[in-house]
Design a protein around this ligand. Structure first.
Ligand SMILES: Nc1ncnc2c1ncn2[C@@H]1O[C@H](COP(=O)(O)OP(=O)(O)OP(=O)(O)O)[C@@H](O)[C@H]1O
Length: 989
């Protein structure tokens, strides 16, 4: 409680108690306080201490002298005036009228919740019980202002006594009579009621009391015995030493704890005479010890023991104050460090500003934006300049910490970062472009021609207009990489973004600026990124565009791509029209049919069908192998992949339309080769011996530089000889029979050191015997494993009822079989059963085929009732792959006829074509893919619809080479081709 009392509170209390003593006098410095303290201890005999005009009163001197004696002493010491003053002070603090304190044998019991009251000390308490308060007021009025102050015991079961300063009992005021009596500690203090203000009562402790019995209940009055300290020898050394130790510890604590200083100052002015018992009480009273420990001190009547108890308390306090000091110091250091930094930063800012090195944030920002736009001011459209100027003006008016400031700053950042009117110089040199395109890609003549045409038009017009080219084809045919190559050929910057799965329009058109974290769309990001207004933008996977709830991205792309609209493309974030008409857009797709129609309508589709074996061989040899070898860091002379191995790889391992899988296999081969080479000890880094030689040269040449002495030649000679020795040592240490060039001393001196070492390194490298790694058909499986099994060609010679068809998928073309077999036969049992995950169109196509086959059979063999009486099962392997489309119509008819006529079809024959009910053959798509797939499967004869002749004729000669292709209008023609046996065929020829 004492500790918790603020010094201000105490000050006010004391100034009230001793009105004549100036408040400031209570706050003398620490030195004077301790000085008085020591003096009072040294001069412990006089009971009244006179210090200047200040008088300290000891309420209960060790020998029981009273206040009247004190008054006399003061009168003697200071004369009348001083006596008067003391008297007036006494009248306001303790009223020494009859009866004397020791006459009080029955007193009002005042419960103290926090700490006991020590004799000679003040304690303000709050009395909430109105009856008790009235009784106290009455006591004062009756000139008998004494009561007993007793510490309240903790409620049984609570542990609040263990920790000092714990929450006081909430219901102390509710304790009355016997209940209260039982809760009081037996030993307490006779307290003078100094003043009562409202419910605040100020007590001054006088002497120790012990309760003997309860006198009356409400308010509680108790009968008491007055206690005296046990007699002790004032000259006893042990007591003296203990007392001094208490004092010295107190002094140490006072040094560190300002809180204690306040307490000490306050009490030393009012405590009066210091003797040993009083020192003990003083230490306990001002310590922050737990109330039970303080009560122990109060109850102890043996002075030595009391001193010892107090010493324990103050020592503990010392430790606490040390910890407090270290905590305070650490925190202070931290805070002062931060403050110092802040202060220095502020100073730095001010200095920079003063020197004109840095302006404030806003001005610096504005200057930065202006600087950015200045070089482009002429090229920048006026409406954009106007917006920039307006925003810059707005920025100056905004508070730097406001959110709008940030929005404006970000906006300006984007606006000024765009390459307004900044175009890269285009390459209109067709030959150069052709060279670049050929450098990067084999074949792809359609794409390359289209790009060259584009350049030619640009050259004639003087400017090139943005166009949308769409490259469609199976994966891995080089759509994305040719895009990059086109950009290089045109000398435009390249930017690629994929719209696969994109469903948010904001990705393309940006968010409105008002949203938190708003960003411009992909196109604006692209322009900022590339820094030119005419880049080549590759929009990948346009056929996989998502469809989201937040608008339709396809429509947003339309605005972006359409040359009619994109001259004024409006991004939501930027909110100023951007001219995208100079941008060249290249889109890629696997399936053109999946591209939204309005988009497709604006594109120029170039189909890349896939590669045949020869093309793949070229690509592998001239492009993939080269780049992979370089990326693996392998020198060409160290490895050889034979033609046969490469062909084996292409035909048996990588049979897909594109070359991505082939690329992966080649990478696999080269990775393994790299490992083998490293194991053999070949690396591109200099060998350790070469490194050692480097060191020798470095050391010697440094020496030459540092010490250009007269005897330079000799030194050079000497050091070179050294290096020569080192070199021959190194080289001779290398294993094997490498010929080592031994240099004579004269030679060495003549030639520059570096040259020698370079020569030797080169020679050792050349002479290092590295076995060239050969990848052949025989060891190909060591590098890429066994060839994967391809089920594409199931039959070497198709049995009856089985015919090979040609199909088109997003992965390229492929061959497939149509199989039919008879399930059962009987009068009128004719039916068709279909399996093989066929789509609706294919099912219908099968029904048509059944009908047409029946019609043809009845025409060819009128007496054959096969279809009328047989249930036929038609299956298209592989059963797990969904299939659809009408192009297998003619294959199905052929298969059904083969079954019904019990004749196999011609060997190595494949066909494709939609059939009508009347037997006419309609055109199909994917001629190139299908032809390539047929070649892959070893087909010799292909039947295509006549309408596809043009498509076939356009194919490269190497694709067509060696194929016997027939074009048909009517199914009857197929019948002739398919079932003509070999002899007939040869006779026909
Ligand atoms: N004609 C070619 N000449 C040289 N390299 C080629 C050729 N075609 C493809 N490549 C190489 O094949 C790899 C795969 O090509 P790319 O990634 O461009 O395929 P893609 O058609 O875009 O596939 P996807 O549709 O899956 O995106 C690239 O490393 C590319 O260089």
């Amino acid at each position: 409680m004492l500790k918790r009392l603020s010094s201000a509170c105490l000050r006010s209390s004391f100034s009230h108690l001793s009105p004549r003593a100036p408040a400031s006098s209570c706050y003398a410095g620490e030195k004077s306080t301790l000085g008085r303290f020591f003096r009072s201890l040294r001069d412990s005999n006089p009971r009244i201490l006179v210090s200047g005009r200040r008088v300290f009163y000891c309420s209960e001197a060790g020998d029981g002298s009273d206040a009247a004696d004190a008054k006399d002493a003061v009168a003697k010491a200071e004369g009348e005036n001083a006596a008067e003053e003391v008297g007036s002070k006494f009248s306001s603090a303790i009223v020494p009228t009859n009866p004397k304190p020791e006459d009080y044998l029955s007193v009002l019991a005042l419960p103290l919740t926090h700490r006991p009251l020590f004799p000679g000390f003040y304690m303000p308490i709050l009395v909430k019980d109105p009856k008790l308060l009235a009784a106290l007021v009455e006591c004062r009025r009756r000139q008998a202002p004494y009561c007993g102050a007793f510490l309240l015991k903790d409620e049984p079961g609570s542990d609040s006594g263990v920790t000092s300063g714990s929450e006081p009992d909430k219901n102390v005021t509710e304790l009355k009579g016997l209940e209260l009596f039982k809760r009081l500690h037996e030993v307490g203090t006779l307290a003078q009621i100094s003043s009562i203000q409202g419910d605040q009562v100020i007590l001054i402790g006088h002497r120790r009391l012990r309760i003997t019995e309860m006198d009356s209940e409400d308010p509680l009055t108790v009968k008491v015995d007055h206690l005296k300290d046990k007699p002790y020898d004032k000259e006893d050394d042990v007591i003296k030493a203990t007392a001094f130790e208490v004092i010295s510890t107190l002094r140490d604590v006072l040094k560190t704890s300002s809180l204690w200083r306040d307490h000490a100052q306050t009490y030393t002015q009012h405590i009066g005479e210091f003797n040993y018992p009083r020192v003990a009480d003083f230490g306990a009273a001002i310590s922050g010890a737990n109330k039970l420990h303080c009560q122990q001190v109060l109850e102890e009547l043996d002075v030595y023991k009391r001193l010892k108890l107090t010493l324990e308390l103050v020592k503990k306090e010392m430790e606490i104050s040390k910890i407090q000091e270290s905590i305070a110091k650490a925190i202070e250091e931290k805070i002062s460090g931060e403050q110092r930094r802040y202060l220095l930063m502020e100073q730095l800012k001010a200095i920079k500003k003063e020197l004109g090195l840095e302006t404030d944030d806003k001005t610096a920002l504005s200057a930065k934006f202006r600087e950015r736009i200045e070089p482009n001011r002429e090229k920048c459209p006026p409406h954009v300049l106007q917006v920039i100027d307006e925003e810059l003006a707005k920025l100056q008016l905004l508070e730097a910490s406001s959110s709008e400031f940030n929005v404006t700053r970000n906006y300006l950042d984007w606006l000024t970062a765009l390459p307004w009117g900044n175009y890269s110089d285009e390459n209109f040199d067709v030959h150069n472009a052709q060279k670049i395109l050929d450098e990067d890609h084999y074949g792809l003549t359609d794409v390359k021609d289209r790009i060259l045409e584009f350049i030619a038009v640009g050259k004639l017009r003087g400017i090139s207009q943005g166009k949308i080219i769409c490259l469609s084809g199976p994966p891995g045919v080089g759509k994305t990489s040719i895009g990059r190559s086109i950009a290089r050929a045109l000398n435009r910057k390249f930017y690629r973004f994929s719209v696969g799965g994109l469903s948010d329009v904001a990705e393309i058109k940006g968010h409105r600026r008002t949203y938190i974290g708003a960003m411009p769309g992909k196109m604006v990001q692209c322009l900022k990124n590339v820094g030119t207004a005419n880049p080549l933008v590759l929009i990948d996977e346009i056929d996989k565009l998502g469809r989201g709830h937040a608008g339709d991205p396809a429509s947003a792309l339309l605005e972006l791509l359409d040359p009619e609209q994109n001259a004024n493309f409006l991004d939501h974030y930027l909110d100023v029209p951007i001219d995208l008409s100079k941008v060249l857009f290249v889109c890629t797709a696997n399936v053109v049919e999946m591209i939204p129609n309005p988009l497709l309508d604006r594109m120029e589709v170039i189909a890349i069908a896939g590669y045949i074996t020869d093309e793949k061989m070229h690509i592998a040899r001239d492009y993939l192998e080269k780049t992979t070898r370089e990326s693996c860091g392998i020198k060409p002379e160290l490895v050889e992949v034979t033609e046969a191995a490469l062909r084996d790889l292409v035909e048996n391992y990588c049979r897909e339309a594109g070359v991505r899988n082939l690329q992966k296999h080649i990478e696999k081969i080269y990775r393994k080769i790299a490992l083998q080479l490293v194991r053999q000890g070949v690396s591109n880094e200099p060998s350790p011996s070469a490194a050692a030689k480097d060191v020798v040269v470095e050391a010697s040449s440094e020496k030459f530089l540092e010490e250009p002495t007269e005897s330079f030649a000799e030194e050079q000679k000497a050091s070179t000889v050294e290096s020569e020795e080192a070199i021959s040592q190194e080289v001779s240490e290398t294993p094997g029979d490498n010929p080592v060039k031994t240099l004579s001393k004269d030679e060495v001196v003549k030639i520059d050191n570096e040259e020698i070492v370079a020569d030797i390194i080169q020679e050792t490298e050349v002479n290092t015997k590295v076995e060239k790694i050969l990848v052949d058909v025989s060891n190909l499986s060591d590098f890429v494993g066994k060839p994967v099994f391809h089920a594409e060609r199931i039959y070497d010679r198709t049995p009856i009822g089985v015919v090979m068809g040609l199909a088109w998928t997003a992965m390229g073309g492929s061959t497939l079989y149509i199989e039919t077999t008879q399930v059962e036969q009987g009068e009128g049992k004719g039916a068709l059963h279909l399996t093989g995950q066929l789509g609706d169109v294919m099912k219908e196509s099968a029904q048509i085929a059944h009908t047409v086959a029946r019609a043809i059979l009845s025409e060819k063999e009128p007496e054959n009732p096969y279809f009328a009486n047989s249930k036929v099962h038609l299956h298209v392997p592989a059963g797990a792959t969904p299939k659809d489309g009408p192009s297998a119509g003619c294959t199905m008819i052929t298969s059904l006829l083969s079954l019904s006529m019990n004749r196999p079809v011609k060997k190595d024959l494949a066909m494709t074509g939609e059939v009508t009910l009347t037997g006419r053959i309609l055109p199909i798509g994917g001629v190139k893919e299908k032809t390539i797939a047929a070649r892959r499967s070893g087909v010799k004869t292909i039947i295509f619809p006549s309408a596809n002749r043009r498509d076939f004729d356009e194919l490269a000669p190497n694709v067509k080479e060696g194929l016997d292709v027939h074009f048909v209008d009517n199914y009857n023609q197929i019948l002739d081709l398919a079932f003509k046996n070999e002899h007939e065929a040869e006779a026909g020829k």
